[in-house]
Design a binder for this molecule. Structure first.
Ligand code: CP3
Length: 343
């Protein structure tokens, strides 16, 4: 699998490429299956349909890896928090965690067991996926998941969870501890079901100042990474802490790949982290609206990474209104243009 070789820094015939959020609403084929399922969560819970949409970007775009179709929030859902996705608003937890009693009602064991629809999606997908394509499992980082559990949904200011950083750090650590315990076992079950790599999404890393991020954010990611790498060294681990370009020098851990977000200059990420980690990223996702912008973005990134220690990706998720034709053009351009650097 060229994707896995690249994760471990081995030479590959071209730079492998996939896109965060590649299974999703920009694909009419996805919209059709979601409609059949009824809604987004029903789609996540129907392993046959979830597997079908996982495979769509491989068949339609020719990406080098599939990412299992699910969501980071199925973990707090199955720990016992009621979750709904509201049109135009995103995810909503009606009863956010306010105190220790609320947290005590959630169960790690229940979550790990109830998430069997995810493991079933993985098994079926790995069976159907071509042998040379990797299957990526994932989870949210404890901090990003905790913000949803505390705020009750998405937020612009993170004021409720950040208040907890300073007013009640013990409760925040207790939440992060419980989520981390669930995620260790959850990732382990994903690996047993057949994923070849796992990515930890810390989408809201940038909400915290440096000292708070390392205390409440990155330390829990590293605990997960240590747990997985100690037991399953052959599984590639990718971390994606979004928006921490100001403190890349402090980043350290046993993961294999560091995901660079689009706002971080790739050259500086390469200088600071490129020797220690394979880098993934980081084309600005809105370049996908325009083919000239795609050409320019791909050329620039390839000229920096030169086909070595690199997995091509966007610097965050693909947006729902991107033309499929442009997404195809992007994937093909990377695969073709990178080959000359890899000779
Ligand atoms: O990448 C993939 O193709 C695999 C599937 C995947 C989804 N969510 C499907 C999804 C993955 C890896 C995620 C991760 C996720 N979910 C993150 C981290 C990644 C990131 O983008 O930063 C976060 C923060 C979430 C939480 C979440 N789920 C939000 C905020 C929303 C609503 C946002 C929106 O764009 O409406 C979701 C819903 C969601 N998860 C959709 C998909 C395809 C859209 C649901 C739909 O079909 O309407």
């Amino acid at each position: 699998m060229i994707f896995i070789d690249a994760c471990f820094g081995k030479p590959t015939p071209y730079t492998p490429v996939w896109m965060m959020r590649q299974a999703g609403r920009y694909l009419p084929e996805y919209m059709a299956v979601r409609k059949e399922a009824g809604d987004f969560l029903s789609l996540c819970k129907d392993y046959k349909k979830a597997s079908e949409v996982t495979l769509q970007p491989v068949d339609i775009l020719g990406v080098d890896a599939a990412i299992m179709f699910s969501d980071i929030l199925v973990v707090p859902l199955e720990m016992g928090m009621e979750l709904k996705f509201v049109k135009g608003e995103g995810p909503v937890f009606d009863t956010p965690i306010k105190c220790m009693d609320d947290l005590d009602k959630l169960s790690v064991e229940k979550a790990v067991k109830n998430l069997d629809y995810v493991y079933d999606t993985i098994k079926l997908t790995r069976d159907k996926l071509a042998a040379d394509k990797a299957l990526i499992g994932f989870c949210g980082a404890p901090w990003t998941i905790a913000t949803y559990m505390i705020e009750g949904g998405g937020t612009k200011t993170y004021n409720v969870s950040k208040k907890m950083v300073y007013d009640n750090p013990q409760l925040l650590h207790a939440i992060l501890r419980k989520v981390t315990n669930s995620l260790k076992l959850y990732l382990e079950e994903q690996i047993k079901a057949g994923v070849n790599a796992v990515q930890i999404f810390d989408s809201w890393a940038s909400a915290l100042e440096q000292s708070a991020y390392f205390e409440f954010g990155f330390s829990y990611i590293n605990e997960l990474v240590d747990y997985i790498k100690d037991k399953y060294p052959h599984i590639a681990v990718i971390v994606f802490p979004k928006g921490i370009s100001g403190f890349l020098g402090e980043v350290d851990g046993k993961f294999d790949v560091f995901g660079v977000d689009w706002s971080t200059p790739l050259m500086s990420a390469k200088e600071i982290l490129g020797k220690k980690y394979v880098l993934q990223g980081n084309m600005e996702p809105t370049r996908l609206y325009n083919k000239d912008a795609i050409d320019e973005g791909v050329d620039e990134i390839l000229s920096i990474m030169r086909g070595k220690r690199h997995i091509f990706n966007l610097g965050h998720g693909i947006l729902p209104d991107v033309p499929v034709e442009n997404a195809k053009y992007f994937i093909k351009s990377v695969q073709e243009k990178s080959a000359k650097y890899c000779k």
